[in-house]
Design a protein around this ligand. Structure first.
Ligand code: ADP
Length: 518
């Protein structure tokens, strides 16, 4: 321990030893040969690490960099021992020399260990010759793939091409050459653009340039000049192929002939246009004939009523004036004639209503169904000869509708509920509630009901299921028209001898009472 302390204390002390010149018998030549050789070795050893440093700096991907650093340190340390050896001729710094030698020994062994560790890996490194062979092999493989790809492209029925990242075409398949009748040389670069129909070219070029600039997939329909001098429609597509860094490596594109589809689409389009025009024309004619019919119905109904009224009035007069002379049979005949003319007047009246509903426009206002039904109740119960009925109601929300039309509709449904009813006291129940964005109005009776097979036809004009009960067969068709005028729906549910419910759904935006779907 004392030795070590003394060693450290006298680390730079040179007094304990003689300078090498005085140690033994050195001739001038021998001494200087020793000194100069040592200095030369040191200079060389000092330079080598810098060369190594420069090498690994410039060759970033050189493997085993740590070993290079260690090797540099090892050479530097070796050089230092030689420099000290030369210096000892004048300055006998043996302690420093021992330390430098110890450092050199450590670095040397560290280098040996590092070298030993990398040997298996280093053995795997390929020599330039091996590398050359590998590149050759890969190139052959690549050429093989390219050949296969080109063969594939050649058997395709479409035109196939590739382009460099800036859009310059650098390959065309056989089909392109066949279709265009041009050689590869006549098509390469941007020469192929001349084959695009002049009318389609500007737009095509703008689209293609944009795709090349932003790397977007390209798709366009254009006419391309064929070898026979005609242009045919093609669907052209191109996709960018990217490398592992996301950069565009090349473009791969196709052009597929769609002439037939285009023609078919054109024919279809013309056909649709023609049909639309025909439909518009037919619709116009229909509208006109509807209008004429409505005018006729209104006019005929009005003009027919007057003579009918006259007939029934005169028949009544004949009966009253000749009451004494007329026997019972003749009296009956006249009464039947009067009743028939009244029925005809009713029919004409209903026809008039029907034509009016058709011609009229629904005038929407807020309708209070409670008071509307109260008024209908009074008018029905006051009507001559009608059965006494119980008309009740549940929830009745306010609705947006044409009050007079909705009144007519409810009157029809309630009257039917009473008329087609064999009970002593017929019952009709009305409700109106919100369901989703609709208002549902229901009119339920306890009447005779309707057969399932007749449910659809009862809304048709002049449909009458019970001829023994008075009616015109127009009430429900008028009702349906009224619902349609409100952009609504009407449907019916019924059970024989139990009763019938008519449902009317009208579009509604008003807030109101909601009830679960039945
Ligand atoms: P009508 O003037 O004959 O009542 P509608 O168009 O109002 O004409 O009705 C057509 C037919 O539908 C009626 O003849 C009747 O047979 C049937 N019908 C209508 N409402 C009801 C009902 N509530 N119950 C049973 N049958 C009905």
């Amino acid at each position: 321990m004392e030795d070590i302390i003394e060693y450290v204390k006298k680390f730079f002390d040179t007094d304990s030893f003689p300078a090498r010149w005085h140690c033994g018998k050195w001739s001038e030549f021998h001494g200087w040969l020793y000194i100069l050789s040592d200095v030369a070795i040191w200079a060389a050893y000092f330079t080598i690490p810098f060369i190594l440093l420069r090498f690994i700096r410039n060759k970033k991907d050189v493997p085993f960099r740590r070993v290079f650093w260690l090797f540099g340190a090892f050479i530097l340390a070796c050089g230092a021992t030689h420099l000290i050896d030369a210096a000892i001729f004048w300055f006998p710094m043996y302690r420093v020399s021992a330390f430098v030698r110890m450092v050199t020994a450590i670095v040397s062994w560290a280098t040996i260990f590092a070298l030993y560790k990398i040997i298996p890996h280093a053995l795997l490194l390929r020599t330039p010759k091996e590398m050359e062979l590998e590149v050759q092999l890969r190139t052959e493989e690549l050429n093989d793939v390219v050949k296969k790809m080109r063969f594939m492209a050649d058997v395709m029925p479409q035109m196939v091409y590739t382009a460099t990242p800036d859009g310059t075409r650098d390959y065309f398949n056989k089909k392109t050459v066949e279709y265009t009748g041009k050689t590869y040389k006549e098509l390469e670069g941007w020469k192929w653009i001349d084959l695009i129909h002049p009318d389609d070219r500007p737009q095509f070029q703008v689209g293609w340039n944009e795709s090349v600039e932003y790397g977007n997939a390209f798709q366009h329909e254009v006419r391309i000049l064929a070898a026979n001098g005609n242009y045919y429609w093609h669907l052209t597509r191109a996709l960018p192929q990217r490398d592992e860094h996301g950069r565009i490596a090349c473009w791969v594109g196709t052009a597929t002939e769609i002439e037939q589809q285009k023609r078919t689409a054109e024919i279809l389009e013309n056909l649709v246009l023609q049909r639309t025009e025909e439909l518009r024309h037919a619709n116009q004619q229909l509208l006109q004939s509807n209008k004429d019919l409505e005018h006729f119905a209104a006019f005929a109904s009005h003009d027919l009523q007057a003579p009918l009224r006259t007939i029934s009035t005169y028949l009544g007069l004949i009966r009253d004036r000749n009451a004494v002379v007329l026997d019972e049979k003749s009296n009956n005949i006249i009464s039947k004639a009067i009743a028939a003319s009244v029925r005809m007047r009713n029919l004409i009246e209903t026809l008039l209503q029907f034509s009016k509903v058709n011609a009229s426009q629904a005038l929407l206002t807020e309708v209070d169904l409670v008071s509307l039904i109260a008024a209908i109740r009074i008018s029905i119960n006051d009507a001559d000869g009608s059965k006494k009925a119980i008309i009740t109601n549940g929830t009745l929300v306010r609705i947006n509708a044409d009050e007079s039309l909705i009144g007519q509709l409810l009157q029809n449904l309630i009257s039917n509920g009473i008329n087609y009813n064999e009970n002593e006291v017929p019952k009709v129940h009305i409700e109106a509630y919100k369901q989703g964005n609709e208002v549902i109005i229901s009119v339920t009776d306890n009447g005779i009901g309707i057969e399932r097979d007749d449910l659809d036809s009862i809304f048709d004009v002049f449909t009458r299921l019970q001829s023994q009960i008075k009616g015109t067969g127009l009430g429900l068709s008028i009702s349906k028209r009224i619902v349609e005028k409100h952009a609504g729906r009407v449907w019916v549910e019924s059970e024989i001898n139990k009763g019938t419910t008519f449902y009317i759904a009208l579009p509604d935006t008003r807030p109101g009472t909601s009830q679960p779907k039945k």
